[in-house]
Design a protein around this ligand. Structure first.
Ligand code: FEO
Ligand code: CA
Ligand code: CA
Ligand code: CA
Length: 639
């Protein structure tokens, strides 16, 4: 999600919009904040300091990583020259690299679909046969010698999509149909010819999944009365997926798409409706964000269909190799504003999925499957049942996964916990986080990382459930405007263990603007500074790619940081180097590699969200989100 709601009348962020709907008090426990701030000094001064000259840790618990840093400090594993920050309206890659467009919003997936119409920006019918808008998380699958790219289409910029309307908003039912069809997932076969990747039109694998695609509801909440509606009294079948943010891939070849800010599509035809506390915790209110879906589809009217909103906010599993398959909503993985879903097979065979809830002061979760993975066996329902945990961090750099059960939460059933997961996590006193975005697990070590993108409310306001957000632990800075990446190492090298050690891999900041904690950790310099880490993923070499969704003003606190960007980090040495800079007013989100790692696919989302970009086609063209392929000119692997 972008930091601002593009083109809305008030330019509020999604979090800010939700807060405006449901104001929360500023905390006044100043003493608590000060106490916590004192405790942060130890690790700001020690454990998060990385690099050749500063790998002294504040705790013996992290000595193994300490030793790794020492061993690798001497030479860089990053095989490219750093890209300087800039504010250009193009993609900038390292010297010796090139980029090209793979797919843009509105590109035809079938030969019966028209080319993108710059004047109308398409219709409902054309959008259903073309690549969706605002691409986010994605995975490239290899299947029967073909390459299938599954890509999330998170949301739309209304004044871009409806730039043909004087209001800049949807004005009739076909406009709403177009908007709903621009959301969801685009699945396209892609092929490489002479070094250029593109869509294979009419491939039997090409498929659009939209806000109207039939879905099956599975897991503990399947059939629960809170999921029953007039159209589906069984509570087992719903329509569509929307606001699909980050993603995941399973070892058995399925795609996971993650429903994030699902709330902003619901509204009430009754202006006096009293919205329940359960709904308000998720930001559901009387007004939507201007998408007007309820005007053409009564499902989105909470006054008429109060349970419909309970059927969104899940992880959805999709078989990208079978265009006739029904996507499955996996309620076992909980309901919140899902960012991504990082899947790991633990040493004991259980499947672990790490999950962030991206809102100020919300939580970090872990799912552990009941069954175990079997190579070549039937793993298709491993995400149907399992245990759901939430993270508690302590200032001694230890953490615990607390299981959410009726006993621990006081809630009535596993089903209710999967529907009102935020309330369950609050009940066990989970640690309020600085907006957990993507989680990535190191394929070469038993450890995982999560981007905590920023949180201007840290130490100032509670979360939407009233939980305090004290400064401390992995959230060490009040009014955190830069973000950080937390890392944890499970006990006994076991992702199913309930205890872990943690540290901060990086605290983003700006050493040119600050000389305190807001300057960032020791691995942040004038040359690589950035804000708001969001997308995250490892390559097969074990390097970690960091994507940003933050302030691109290039001024003040953000001077020298330029447009949103992608950096590469060595998790061993802590070194970070800028690899790519995006065009104006975009965020960089979504990453996947070709199996030979000669191509990295990168998402450019919402270029020109405030009206100042013509990426990628230039001239006076409409700005369009796009999947970009980046390759080395000498054909060697990237990174
Ligand atoms: Fe869609 Fe939290 O980013
Ligand atoms: Ca973000
Ligand atoms: Ca994101
Ligand atoms: Ca986004």
């Amino acid at each position: 999600m972008p930091d601002t709601i593009p083109n809305s009348a008030d330019e509020l962020s999604f979090d800010a919009f939700d807060e405006a709907n449901d104001p929360r008090p500023a905390t006044t426990e100043f003493d608590t904040v000060v106490d916590r701030a004192m405790s942060r000094r130890r690790f700001l001064g020690g454990s998060i300091a990385f690099g050749a000259s500063a790998f002294v840790m504040g705790t013996t618990a992290l000595t193994p990583m300490d030793a790794r840093a020492a061993a690798h400090a001497a030479r860089s594993r990053l095989g490219f020259a750093a890209v300087a920050a800039n504010s250009l309206d193009t993609v900038t890659v390292p010297e010796g690299y090139s980029w090209h467009i793979v797919a843009r919003w509105g590109d035809p997936m079938f030969s019966d679909a028209p080319a993108f119409d710059q004047a109308t920006r398409g219709s409902g019918a054309s959008q259903e046969r073309t690549f969706g808008d605002n691409n986010d998380g994605m995975t490239l699958f290899s299947h029967q010698g073909r390459s299938i790219l599954a890509v999330n289409n998170e949301y739309t910029n209304r004044s871009i999509m409806y730039g043909n309307r004087t209001s800049g908003l949807p004005e009739n039912p076909d406009d709403v149909r177009k908007g709903k069809a621009a959301h969801g997932v685009s699945i396209v076969e892609v092929t490489e010819q002479d070094g250029f990747w593109g869509i294979v039109k009419d491939s039997p694998f090409n498929r659009r999944i939209t806000a109207d695609t039939p879905m099956e509801i599975t897991g503990p909440a399947r059939g629960h009365e809170l999921l029953q509606t007039a159209a589906d009294p069984t509570g087992t079948r719903s329509l569509g997926t929307w606001n699909n943010c980050g993603n995941g891939r399973t070892p058995w070849g399925t795609y996971l798409t993650c429903e994030e800010n699902f709330n902003g599509y619901f509204s009430s035809s009754d202006p006096d409706l009293k919205v329940s506390a359960e709904k308000r915790r998720y930001g559901i209110g009387l007004k939507d964000w201007g998408y007007a879906w309820a005007t053409a589809d009564e499902r989105f009217d909470i006054a008429r269909h109060p349970n419909e909103a309970n059927r969104a906010g899940y992880i959805v599993e999709i078989d990208p190799t079978d265009p006739t398959s029904t996507p499955k909503k996996r309620t076992a993985l909980g309901r919140f504003k899902h960012e991504n879903a990082e899947v790991v097979v633990a040493a004991n065979g259980h499947v672990v999925v790490y999950l962030g809830d991206d809102e100020r002061g919300e939580f970090l979760y872990r799912f552990v499957s009941a069954g175990t993975y079997s190579l070549g066996g039937d793993n298709s329902d491993l995400l149907e049942n399992g245990r759901l945990y939430v993270a508690k961090f302590t200032d001694d750099m230890r953490g615990t996964w607390v299981e959410l059960t009726p006993e621990s939460t006081g809630m009535a059933s596993d089903a209710e916990i999967r529907i009102h997961t935020r309330q369950a996590a609050s009940a066990v006193g989970a640690t309020t986080m600085d907006r957990p975005e993507w989680v990535a697990a190191n394929p070469h070590r038993v450890e995982a990382y999560c981007c905590l993108t920023n949180n201007k409310n840290r130490g100032i306001k509670p979360n939407a459930g009233g939980d305090e957000t004290p400064v401390g632990g992995p959230n060490p800075r009040k009014a955190n405007l830069y973000g950080q990446i937390v890392r944890w190492v499970p006990d006994d090298s076991d992702h199913t263990a309930d205890g872990f050690d943690w540290d901060l891999f990086v605290t983003a900041g700006n050493p040119d603007a600050h000389d305190d904690a807001y300057a960032g950790s020791a691995n942040v310099t004038s040359e690589n500074s950035f804000n708001s880490p969001d997308g995250l993923g490892f390559d097969s070499k074990g390097l970690m790619w960091i994507q940003t969704d933050g302030n691109y003003s290039n001024a003040g606190d953000f001077a020298g940081q330029g447009n949103n960007q992608m950096l590469v980090a060595d998790p061993v040495s802590g070194e970070i180097r800028r690899f790519l800079v995006g065009p104006k007013e975009c965020e960089i989100t979504g990453i996947t590699f070709s199996p030979d790692r000669r191509t990295v696919f990168v998402g450019v989302q919402h270029p020109g969200e405030k009206g100042d970009s013509h990426f990628p086609d230039g001239g006076q063209s409409v700005p369009r989100s796009a999947v970009v392929a980046v390759r080395r000119d000498d054909g060697k692997p990237v990174g």
